[in-house]
Design a protein around this ligand. Structure first.
Ligand SMILES: Cc1ncc(COP(=O)(O)O)c(C=O)c1O
Length: 393
């Protein structure tokens, strides 16, 4: 009879049979899977047979999340990653080679610029930044080397809304692919692939997860493109973790409800802030004053405009910093898309990579504050944020 240690390890490793399907996707907290022979393992590692070999390559909890995202984005395939940045990295490095060029919006998440500067620049992949709400600028920026146009459905933090349909047409006419970071919109508001994009990415850290308790990302598109990105992500070690994938799946179940409340709360707060003392301008796609309001209402489901708004305060940087210190219901923290309202100062957080000229080109002033409206009671948020915006010490 084997010794106690041997028996304990064997006994504790036996996966149960579960004839009745569990209502929730189990967390497959395992790094590796037992195989029958060397050929089986080799074929699994090459994705030549269904199944799992090693969790950096695939894991059943990831697979469940990938199938859910593919279905909700109307994609052939999807890939779950360790973070939104890992998804973005997988997309750009699978599509671009040395000598190629990428067009990025001047108003874009600062992490995208970090990716361009820390990895693409030194890989010989060039980039140009243009105002992607001005299609003539996009057209003029396309050269023989341009392979990819990058957009955000709603830009971080200025809430510019991209005309994905028109820009997909423009890009494809010049043999340029279109990738869309749809983090601010989530699949509940828009499906970029249906509008003509070739690939969509999300930071699931934000609305899809929805509770500020995980870091994750996904990308989705045609099976061939997702397979190419998967190869980059496997080799860079950017795979999702099973527990995080479980949390993202849980978040997906309430995404639609949360987006409805984020959108109605944000509209109420943006309306109250517009013209309030100390406020120069409120940027929220749900407001009639927003430059792309009509496009937003055409593009997003059920008249929703999401939970993100940007506030320009009259007193610039000092006023912005004072605002952050004054909020009592909202929380001063970076990140967004969660149940609690989060306020941040892009010039010193998400966009700290930008100098003042680049901030201006991205449509921001040093005093712009970003608000991710949560699910609290709208009246409490209005009192808190209108109060914090009031001028004076
Ligand atoms: C629009 C957008 N895309 C991507 C990311 C990166 O996501 P993550 O932090 O999950 O890597 C963020 C993070 O703030 C973001 O706001």
């Amino acid at each position: 009879m084997p010794g106690f240690s041997t028996r304990a390890i064997r006994a504790a490793s036996r996966a149960p049979d579960a004839p009745q399907p569990p209502v929730n996707v189990p967390i497959y907290q395992t790094s590796t899977f037992e195989v029958g022979d060397a050929l089986e393992l080799a074929e699994l590692l090459e994705f030549q047979r269904p199944g799992h070999s090693y969790s950096r390559y695939s894991n059943p909890t990831h697979t469940a999340l990938e199938a859910a995202i593919a279905e909700l984005e109307g994609a052939e395939a999807a890939l779950a990653t360790a973070s939104g940045m890992a998804a973005m990295h997988g997309v750009v490095l699978s599509l671009l080679h040395a000598g190629d060029e990428l067009i990025v919006p001047s108003a874009v998440y600062g992490g995208m610029l970090g990716l361009v500067r820390s990895i693409l620049d030194r890989s010989g992949i060039g980039h140009v930044s243009v105002d992607t709400t001005d299609h003539a600028q996009v057209e003029a920026a396309i050269t023989d080397r341009t392979r990819l146009l990058w957009l955000e459905t709603i830009s971080n933090p200025t809430t510019a809304v991209a005309d994905i349909e028109a820009l997909a047409e423009l890009a494809h006419a010049r043999d340029v692919l279109l990738a869309v970071d749809s983090t601010f919109a989530s699949p509940a508001l828009a499906n970029p692939l249906a509008l003509g994009a070739d690939i969509v990415v999300h930071s699931t850290t934000k609305y899809i997860g929805g509770h500020s308790d995980l870091i994750g990302g996904v990308l989705a598109g045609a099976a061939e493109r997702v397979a190419a990105a998967r190869s980059v992500v496997i080799n860079a070690g950017g795979n999702a973790a099973p527990f995080e994938a479980f949390l993202v799946l849980r978040g997906l179940k309430t995404l639609a409800l949360r987006m409805e409340r984020h959108s109605s709360n944000a509209l109420a707060v943006a309306t109250a802030l517009e013209g309030a003392p100390g406020v120069e301008r409120v940027l929220y796609p749900g407001l009639a004053s927003h430059p792309q309001h009509d496009l937003a209402m055409r593009t997003f489901r059920d008249g929703m405009a999401g939970g993100m708004l940007a506030i320009e305060l009259e007193g610039g940087r000092d006023h912005g910093e004072r605002f952050l210190g004054r909020v009592r219901v909202a929380v001063h923290a970076t990140s967004l898309g969660s149940v609690e309202t989060l306020v941040s100062h892009p010039a010193s957080s998400s966009h700290r990579q930008l100098d003042d000229a680049e901030l201006a080109a991205a449509g921001m002033s040093p005093g712009t504050v970003r608000v991710s409206i949560g699910l609290e009671d709208a009246d409490d948020l209005i009192e808190d944020l209108v109060g914090a915006a009031r001028p004076g010490a």
